[in-house]
Design a protein around this ligand. Sequence first.
Ligand code: BES
Ligand code: ZN
Length: 414
Amino acid sequence: PLEDFVHRTLRFSLAALIVAAAVYFGSSLVFNDSRTEAGPPQYWLTADASELAHIRSLNAEGTPVIEFIEERNGIAIAKADELQLAALSGKMHESFHKCSGFIRHSTYEEAVETISNFAAASPDAAFVDYTIDNQAAVTPMVAAAQEPTIRQTIIDLSALHTRRHDQQGGLDGANMILSKWRTLATGRSDMSVMPYAHLNASGDFLTPQPSIVLTIQGTEFPDEIVVVGGHQDSINSSGGATGNAPGADDDASGIASMTEAIRVIKEKNFRPKRTVQFMAYAAEEIGLVGSKNIADNYRLQNKNVIGALQLDMTNFKGASADIAVITDFTNAAQNQFIKNLVTAYQPSLVVIDSACGYACSDHASWHNKQYPASMPFEAKYPAEYNTAIHKTTDTLDRSNNNANHALKFSKLAI
Ligand code: BES
Ligand code: ZN
């Protein structure tokens, strides 16, 4: 019933998104206390050591009493009760314009673990033991990936006049992905699909467009999350908010490559050991808004994203390569793993390196939160990329009305 409610209401209003957000964020809002002795319950917290020192030195009325315990890697571990945490939150906001500026933990061990996770997640460190050892499951799935279903997804998404984040078409696009993914998830109790509403700390919408997240619960290490993402929105950079923005390559192609990977996983009944989340991000084109909100929240919730793959523009082939691995705002060790996957499963492809030179897509949102990110891109950049993006001419005929190139990225995602 909630699913039907969300589905139906998306067409008419945004109210459903608020409900969905409440459900989605609900678990992270659960109050977690560690009452063991008399007096108000105490919490452990981690905060930037110099910021916390500044607050503790204020010594003015309303300065919270925070018991400093120790510092590790520039992050302080401290103790406080509920009232003091509330006061700390206010002071952090006053001094550093942060919403809370600290992370609350129920145990000392959890605080320590959070700090070591931060240290381990330095963008260039290989903190995952990358192996390619699952050919028995992967090879048949790679073989099952097909061009026609990818082509159809691109046709469906690019048929909308625009998928701009603040237009009705932006909600129609979100709804289309929600319903395609829900259909694919049907019959798998380990697969769920939810809209992810983008709210700031005051509860206001950052964008009316929700991201769409399909989760496959991991069988052995469910707390380790692998993200596969692309952006659902499009933009017409010269035609105003209502201008035609088919976005066939940017980025219906990436969403279509992902959707085919989901279809094959379902067809072959593949159950990943780790949790996999497919994310169709909202509002990328106005500044990575959806992915940034998700990556910010995941870091605040201390979620263990062990890798994020970004598929943005997968269906326009350049002359000199099949896949250009973007080297900036990405993790070098994970990029090498991406190349090794291509060598293992698609050995005929030509892979090169390219750099955007700026935070060009949603991989940067993860990278900026110290999660390892990669972006395999359709062509050598900037020499050979699809210059029709953000225009009315970003249509499938630029790719000879087929999705042969995007298929390579489905296989890589698989
Ligand atoms: N798909 C593009 C980014 C892109 C273009 C990557 C060409 C590689 C080659 C993306 O949707 C986009 O347009 N990004 C914006 C930046 C973003 C922060 C708003 C851009 O490139 O202007
Ligand atoms: Zn894009």
